[in-house]
Design a protein around this ligand. Structure first.
Ligand code: ADP
Length: 468
């Protein structure tokens, strides 16, 4: 029965929680909480106060065992009405039937309990209803209940002890909640990891370490937020990309379907002549080729992004002829653009024909796509240095804003002034750069918004040492 106060000294001395104080104990393990509550309750019980415990069944059982093990005769104490234990969740249901505490019910129910239990004696209460609310994620409701307790405490004058498991407050977003909980209490008792250090000098070191941890966690949170923003941006780009690719595949399919229907109608009407068949075949071939090229481009991009090798299929290739073919085709599809090819005599090179065709289809295609109808696009083929050929594709169109220019070769990147109605996926330039670099060459873009752009491609005629 004799409980020396000094026994509780390493924890916040419960004797320090005076009448009408409101203390909060944060804890990491149940053992620590129970030891703390035992100390708080025991001091009251040995001095003739009434102890009201509103806790979970496990905590009530654990507490009662500890009090008894500490030498208190709990049967006699209960018989004297000095120890009253209630179930926290049942009481919570009574005072917060809709999930949030009801001020009137709280006042009525608790006033009744307190008056009956205390019967004129001093009262100390341990309560866990707030912790239950917090564990359910009802943080505002927990704070609301704390302030209802404060109001009641002022009227009835008892001391109140609350326990919050740290895990229920662990997240960064709950820092604010932690502060609000502390604001509702007159005493704040940190969790056990702090009390485990007895020496005052060592405690200062622990605080310094915690400050450093808080600082680095804050930095980590910032990094995570930045990574999250980058992820959101790439998800947005991917969605735009999917919308765009669907559109770019849908359009030629519509043409193919149209041609098939036309052929069928004419065959049924017997008006299918050789010319009509040839024209339809040409359209079908052209559209199928562009779809196949688009799919190849996507496959290349995916392989490269997955870190796979992209073996080049090199053959002896006349670049001037290839560019002239691409230019003629683009001129045909353009809006009355003139695509002018100015070629110096250059030697044939040892290149991958399909892939270089794709590079120049993209560059000349962009020059046409991003410049007004009827303007000129110039393609210069220059024998700039021995063993190399340089191609410059120049237009007098939209140009690229200075802020976008450094990113323009990144996959899925589109400049801010690229009209969203202009179909495009932002993979053409990225693919072009990869192909040119695989050939041991270089690609660059100069551009002025509102004036026009010039893309320069430099290709070595032969593969360098160690190149595919
Ligand atoms: P896209 O399919 O969007 O045209 P690209 O990778 O070929 O994709 O080009 C990336 C972006 O670079 C385009 O969306 C556009 O904003 C810009 N761009 C490329 N070429 C030109 C050009 N000749 N003039 C203006 N902007 C261009």
């Amino acid at each position: 029965m004799n409980v020396a106060e000094s026994e509780f000294a390493p924890l916040l001395p419960p004797s320090d929680i005076g009448q009408s104080d409101h203390a909060v104990q944060f804890y990491e393990s149940d053992d620590y909480l129970l030891e703390s509550v035992r100390a708080y309750a025991a001091v009251g019980l040995v001095t003739g106060e009434v102890c009201l415990v509103v806790a979970t069944s496990e905590h009530r059982a654990g507490l009662e065992k500890r009090l008894a093990d500490g030498g208190l005769d709990m049967v006699a104490i209960a018989e004297r009405g000095q120890y009253v234990a209630l179930d926290a969740s049942s009481l919570l249901e009574r005072i917060a039937p809709g999930g949030a505490p009801d001020a009137e019910r709280f006042a009525a129910v608790l006033a009744d309990i307190i008056e009956t239990a205390a019967g004129g004696r001093r009262l100390r209460i341990f309560g866990e209803m707030v912790a239950l609310l917090c564990c359910e994620g009802k943080h505002q409701e927990a704070i609301q209940l704390e302030s209802l307790w404060n109001g009641l405490r002022e009227r009835h004058g008892f001391s109140l002890f609350c326990g919050y498991p740290l895990q229920s407050l662990g997240k960064e977003s709950l820092t604010e909640l932690h502060r609000s909980i502390c604001d509702e209490h007159s005493h704040v008792i940190p969790a056990e990891s702090y009390h485990a250090v007895a020496d005052a000098g060592e405690r200062l070191r622990v605080i310094a370490e915690l400050q450093q941890k808080a600082e680095s966690l804050q930095a980590e949170v910032e990094e995570r937020k930045a990574a999250e923003a980058a992820l959101q941006q790439s998800l947005r780009l991917r969605d735009e990309f999917l919308a765009s690719i669907s559109h770019d595949l849908r359009t030629p399919i519509t043409v193919l379907q149209g041609q098939a229907q036309l052929l069928r109608r004419r065959a049924l009407r017997d008006t299918l002549d050789q010319n009509a068949i040839l024209l339809a075949a040409e359209q079908i071939e052209g559209r199928s080729r562009s779809m196949a090229a688009l799919i190849d481009e996507l496959l290349d991009l995916t392989r490269l992004r997955a870190g796979e090798d992209l073996p080049l299929e090199r053959t002896r290739l006349d670049l001037v002829q290839l560019i002239q073919e691409v230019a003629a085709e683009r001129q045909e599809y353009g809006d009355g653009h003139e695509v002018l090819v100015l070629a110096q005599p250059v030697n044939a090179g040892w290149w991958d024909e399909q892939r270089l065709r794709r590079v120049f289809e993209n560059l000349i295609g962009n020059a046409v796509k991003y410049s007004p109808a009827g303007t000129q696009v110039t393609v210069r083929i220059i024998a700039a240095a021995v063993g190399k050929v340089t191609v410059v594709v120049e237009d007098h169109g939209l140009g690229i804003p200075a802020a976008d220019l450094p990113h323009i070769f990144e996959p899925f990147y589109r400049a801010a002034n690229a009209d969203r109605r202009t179909s495009g996926m932002g993979i053409g330039l990225a693919g072009a750069r990869q192909i040119v670099e695989l050939h041991g060459g270089r690609i660059g873009m100069e551009s002025t918004e509102g004036k026009g752009s010039a893309v320069t491609v430099e290709l070595p005629l032969e593969p360098g040492r160690g190149e595919a």
